[in-house]
Ligand binder design. Structure first.
Ligand code: SF4
Length: 353
């Protein structure tokens, strides 16, 4: 019988297990510190535990670190990792160092079922949810890597492959470990969860009562434009999504960041400005403008920088605070899911030869 990875356990679950084998409560803190702060990858290295306890943990659990299958480093320092999950499954995780912060962009699912029409992650469809251990494994590996560059990990964004809120319970379990003082001890405001707009889950997320940042991948300016780019809009339409965002802000007293992709002749028109102005009436928010990062399967193009700037200024003149996100890792398949997708496509081509 295969045993579970210990990183699938919340702090309460680990405490319960330790109590069931007659161990003292403080052992929970020690084990969490070994895994999440000191980053050990074997029970044997947990040197302040008794031999018996280490043996029990070894028998009951696994603690396997992710194996790097591929690593690409951009000129700007952005580093993409493809981790092997066993079988043909791979996940993509990105380390993004800047002068002020070091961020890891984490995947929550192998593949994605939402199929946005500009995103490489949705191209191969959804395979499965990642477990809490698989989510934490990515962060721990990147934490190690960041130390190597002498840049401690400071921010975590759930914006990699998959829809985080579609894997809600594993996501929340991971967030609690990241946020816990005995776990990774990273403040809630340094953690961002992005969603394509799964309305019931946004409501559930609001009820969690955490100070986590929420980002909405909007990418369209009304129902029609969003329908074309994001199939999720057919189930959860634009107006309903905006109404849910208003509810969220009222309930949590927190701002939302809206992610907006700039695609030439599609999302950065004058009509878009008018519609966004209307949609954002009374909402204090930040809009992140992301110039489209080309994926060969789609015909879209990025606008010229002049158009990007013009769009941003127009938004600002219409009362919407906007920033242009600096493109990172363009020379290494920078768009979300591109590296994983290229690898899967490569394997499929080889297998069908
Ligand atoms: S943008 Fe997000 S939700 Fe849409 S296909 Fe890509 S990973 Fe999935």
């Amino acid at each position: 019988m295969s045993s579970t990875d210990i990183r699938n356990l919340s702090i309460q679950e680990l405490a319960q297990y330790l109590q069931s084998i007659g161990e003292k409560p403080f052992r929970t803190r020690q084990i969490f510190e070994w895994i999440y702060q000191k980053g050990v990858e074997s029970f044997d290295n947990m040197r302040n535990l008794s031999k018996d306890l280490r043996h029990s943990l070894e028998k009951e659990f696994t603690l396997r670190s992710h194996q790097v299958y591929k690593k690409e480093i951009s000129k700007d320092g952005t580093t993409k990792f493809l981790f092997n999950l066993g079988g043909r499954q791979k996940i993509e995780t990105v380390l993004i160092p800047t002068s002020t912060r070091t961020t890891v962009c984490v995947s929550t699912q192998a593949g994605c079922k939402f199929g946005c029409k500009f995103c490489a992650s949705g191209l191969g469809g959804w395979v499965r949810d990642l477990s809490c251990a698989e989510i934490m494994g990515q962060i721990l590996k990147i934490k190690q890597e960041a130390q190597r560059y002498k840049k401690p990990l400071s921010h975590i964004v759930f914006m990699g492959t998959g829809e985080p809120l579609d894997n809600f319970s594993n996501l929340m379990k991971a967030i609690r470990i990241i946020n816990d003082q005995k776990g990774m001890n990273i403040g809630a405001r340094r953690i961002t969860v992005s969603t394509c707009g799964v309305i019931p889950k946004i409501r559930q997320f609001a009820r969690e009562g955490l100070q986590i940042e929420l980002a909405i991948s909007l990418h369209g300016y009304d129902n029609g434009s969003r329908n074309v780019l994001m199939p999720v809009n057919k189930k959860y339409p634009f107006d309903e999504l905006m109404a849910t965002c208003r509810e969220y802000i009222q309930q949590t007293k927190r701002q939302i960041t809206f992610e907006y992709i700039l695609i030439k002749d599609v999302t950065c028109s004058e009509k878009a400005i008018k519609c966004l102005k209307q949609a954002f009436k009374g909402i204090i928010c930040k809009m992140n403008l992301i110039s489209y990062n080309s994926v060969s399967e789609f015909d879209y193009k990025a606008p010229f920088y002049k158009e990007v700037l013009e769009f941003k200024n127009n938004l600002e003149e219409n009362g919407i605070h906007a920033t242009i996100r600096r493109p990172r890792g363009k020379d290494i398949n920078g768009a979300c899911g591109q590296l994983r997708h290229l690898q899967l496509r490569h394997c499929t081509t080889i297998n069908s030869r």
